[in-house]
Design a protein. Structure first.
Ligand code: CTP
Length: 399
């Protein structure tokens, strides 16, 4: 469950901060990407260098980077994170969080989080039992955050009792359990198509398009993080093969993609057609390279199967179908028409009119149209974040 997850490990000023070094290592061993936030006083217990060396990322201690004076964007950090883990959570920091105080970059980032927050308290016996702390922990729980219970044992003060931060291994087990049970996509079979299709003209030439496959691969990768069984069918793409897929089919033409989709359609609970399927292909393919001779050369094309249309017509009970639309004019009208005509639950409209978005770009700007609800527009953002927005909406089909 932690493989590929983006984790913000937030460290406040308690002696248990030394255990967070092990926690950081364990998260990384599990395949998570870790960025560490520290309160200024926590650096009295453990150095930022320890965390930056382990995490291979800069450590965020202040709003400004001391070296070059650049601003540490807490909103971007919060958006990047799949979850926020405060360990150790001191009485001071957790109480500030419960009451919306914001006097350091760790707290500002926390207040910008929309993804899950986990809190591992660490304090002395009487502090942990104090009604103010108990109230604040309850308040944090009422925000939907998870409290990882402190453990019993010898405390730094020499006292024995409850208040020790949970052992790093126990925190990992706790996180895996929680993340596993959280997503409605857990265990769901999702079929995703990605990339372009190439339609052969002769053995060396083809008709194709500029799709890179980035959007479909981002959807597959984010869906896996949510525990889904992802089957990816990809047209020709230069992207690295994804690890952890339930199956991967490399196809070239629209016909091949159609065949692979048909093989997996019946069992799929969710199908996302993000591939840029060629609408036409040459009627005949030359067996040998076409030599240049005449001044003009015509290639006669035939219509390819509309895979999404077929999926709509053959939709299984309860199956969710998501299509993409790439339009250059009357975008909303065309997208809504496709949504209806192809019996989709959602259509993702990307507009070629948006600067910096679309084919072969790392970013995308989308509007989502639904069968049953109002459309939602999102700003230009990285395709992995767009993928999360799309999957968030799909998760809500199951609420
Ligand atoms: N699609 C498909 N099979 C095709 C062409 C497209 O399954 N032969 C799917 C794409 O994967 C995408 C959606 O249809 O999810 C929309 O593709 P787009 O090219 O925008 O629209 P078309 O439906 O082909 O319609 P038009 O060309 O008229 O805009």
């Amino acid at each position: 469950m932690l493989q590929g997850k983006n984790v913000l490990l937030a460290v406040s000023a308690g002696i248990a901060a030394y255990k967070s070094v092990f926690l950081c290592r364990l998260l990384i061993k599990k395949g998570a990407n870790v960025k560490v936030l520290m309160t200024p006083h926590s650096a009295n217990f453990i150095t930022p260098l320890t965390f930056s060396t382990l995490s291979k990322n800069p450590v965020y201690l202040d709003y400004f980077d001391e070296k070059d004076g650049s601003w540490n964007n807490h909103v971007e950090l919060a958006k990047w994170a799949d979850f926020f883990l405060l360990a150790p959570a001191t009485a001071n920091t957790l109480s500030k969080m419960a009451n919306g105080l914001c006097d350091n970059v760790l707290l500002a980032t926390y207040l910008s989080m929309s993804n899950p927050v986990f809190i591992a308290p660490a304090m002395d016996l009487d502090m942990y039992q104090h009604p103010a702390i108990k109230d604040n922990l309850k308040k944090l729980e009422s925000f939907g955050h998870s409290i990882i219970p402190a453990e019993k044992g010898e405390l730094a003060s020499g006292l024995e009792g409850e208040g020790r931060m949970a052992e790093p291994e126990h925190i990992i087990t706790y996180l895996e359990g929680k993340l596993n049970s959280r997503s409605p996509l857990k265990g769901k079979r999702i079929l995703i198509t990605a990339g372009p299709t190439y339609e052969a003209i002769d053995p060396v030439r083809f008709l194709g398009n500029r799709s890179s496959g980035k959007m479909g691969y981002a959807l597959a990768s984010e869906a896996m993080k949510l525990g889904a069984d992802v089957h990816l069918i990809s047209g020709p793409s230069k992207l690295d093969q994804l690890k952890g897929l339930a199956s991967f089919s490399a196809v070239e033409s629209a016909e091949e993609m159609f065949k692979s989709v048909k093989d997996l359609q019946e069992e799929a609970e969710i199908i996302i057609m993000s591939a840029a399927v060629s609408d036409y292909s040459p009627i005949t393919q030359a067996n040998q390279k076409i030599k240049k001779s005449s001044e003009k050369l015509g290639i006669e094309l035939k219509k390819n199967p509309d895979i999404l249309q077929w999926l709509g017509e053959n939709k299984k009970e309860g199956q969710k179908l998501i299509g993409f639309a790439l339009e250059t004019h009357e975008e909303e009208k065309h997208a809504k028409d496709k949504l209806k005509r192809k019996k989709l639950d959602m259509i993702v409209l990307n507009s070629l009119n948006d600067q910096g978005a679309g084919f072969d770009s790392a970013k995308n700007q989308v509007t989502l149209f639904f069968k049953k609800q109002e459309a939602k527009s999102f700003p230009l953002k990285d395709k992995s974040l767009v993928a999360r927005d799309i999957l968030n909406e799909i998760q809500q089909f199951y609420d």
